[in-house]
Design a protein. Structure first.
Ligand code: GDP
Length: 369
């Protein structure tokens, strides 16, 4: 069958079945590459590297955090624990908005402004598409070209697969490593189309929503709940012919925010205009973030939120582990078919089926112990 590319076009790269293809790379080179790839450092070597701001080592440590290999992960935990006393000294900003709103242009503009003012900026991305489609909304184009070569900026694309809870924990651990490496501003970028905002909200201090003016549906598929989480809404692309519409949208969003209940922090969410292209309003966004930081540090909310987030991640991790422990349990796997059969033939209710499986699980754990 002729090879077809992803758009279903016939491709010149067709493979004739039945003809053995030559090795593209010598097997020994593959082995050498593998052993090089798996070379691990000692925990203290990672820690020293991170604390001295060595980004190659920081990248390697983040790869360990993202790894599904239990050995890598144990090593990562050791490194994180040693980095923890050096973490926490940054402002963590979540940035979201639909694809095309200008997130990468905006991050580049604000990011260059920050690095020029002496800040060290880390940009982490969470991409909900990557685990489902193996593609990436955030990674499929060259993004933030200037920032990626800036010695005061560190850009890390999203960890690929994994549950949202897992991604939240891994991103949180990545934040700890970046802070220990001296980054004092952390941006967490996400596409404003899914559940990931809720996860991002649970790991940042400040949540910024970028919007467009006059894009038909004023909410642009952004759920009300996401607007409700925002500490600031900025209407991007407020330039050229768009300025009038942007001002109108600003009034509309301000009115909409008035209808939301007061925030726990006591902060009144701000609505503003910016243009990532002309850089108008970019400094204003940063001033808003700083004002929020001062305000919530003064009333104690900043620390309270960080404490709550730590506890939330702990419980999230417990839930994840209990769930995967249950479904991967051999006795459960062996019992599922029978319990399912009893359930579907109306011998037992869903509640009793669940109880039965839980009993099976806990008694298998007792025998293990
Ligand atoms: P993302 O998908 O949200 O990361 O959006 P991008 O940063 O890739 O921007 C999408 C398009 O909008 C690009 O063509 C940008 O050049 C353009 N763009 C981004 N910011 C602005 C802006 O402030 N004004 C105007 N006019 N265009 C912008």
């Amino acid at each position: 069958m002729p090879y077809k590319d992803h758009q279903n076009h016939e491709s010149a790269l067709k493979v004739n079945e039945g003809i053995e293809q030559p090795e593209q790379v010598s097997p020994s080179a593959v082995e050498r590459f593998k052993s090089k790839k798996q070379q691990l450092l000692k925990p203290d070597e990672y820690v020293q590297g991170i604390l001295s701001g060595n980004r190659t080592i920081l990248s390697k440590a983040i790869t360990l955090v993202e790894s599904v290999n239990p050995l890598h992960y144990a090593l990562a935990q050791d490194v994180i624990e040693k980095c923890l006393p050096h973490s926490g000294n940054s402002v963590r900003v979540g940035i979201t908005g639909v694809p095309g709103v200008g997130k990468s242009t905006f991050i580049e503009a604000l990011g260059k402004h920050l690095t020029a003012s002496g800040f060290k900026l880390a940009v982490l991305a969470i991409d909900p598409s990557s685990s489902r489609t193996k593609g990436s909304i955030l990674g499929d184009k060259t993004r933030m070209e200037d920032l990626s070569t800036d010695k005061n900026a560190f850009i890390r694309p999203s960890p690929s697969a994994g549950s949202l809870g897992g991604v939240a924990r891994k991103t949180n651990e990545t934040i700890i490593l970046c802070e220990a490496a001296g980054f004092d501003v952390i941006f967490i970028e996400t596409v404003g189309v899914g559940q990931s905002e809720i996860a991002v909200h649970s790991m940042v201090d400040f949540f910024l929503l970028l919007m467009l003016a006059g894009a038909g549906d004023e909410l642009q598929g952004i759920k009300r709940g996401i607007m409700e989480m925002a500490d600031a809404i900025y209407i991007n692309k407020a330039d050229g012919d768009n300025i009038h519409k942007a001002n109108q949208a600003k009034t509309e969003y301000k009115n909409a925010l008035h209808l939301f209940p007061p925030t726990e922090s006591g902060w009144i969410p701000q609505v503003g205009l910016c243009s990532a292209r002309s850089k108008q309003g970019i400094e204003d966004v940063w001033q808003t973030i700083r004002k929020y930081e001062d305000f919530t540090k003064a009333n104690g909310f900043f620390q309270k939120k960080r404490h709550d987030q730590k506890v939330q991640i702990m419980f999230g991790t417990i839930h994840e582990n209990l769930k995967s422990g249950f479904y991967q349990n051999e006795t459960i796997q062996n019992s599922l078919a029978q319990v399912n059969k009893d359930l579907l033939s109306d011998k037992i209710s869903s509640y009793i089926a669940a109880q039965r499986l839980l009993e099976i699980y806990f008694s298998s754990k007792r025998t293990e112990g």
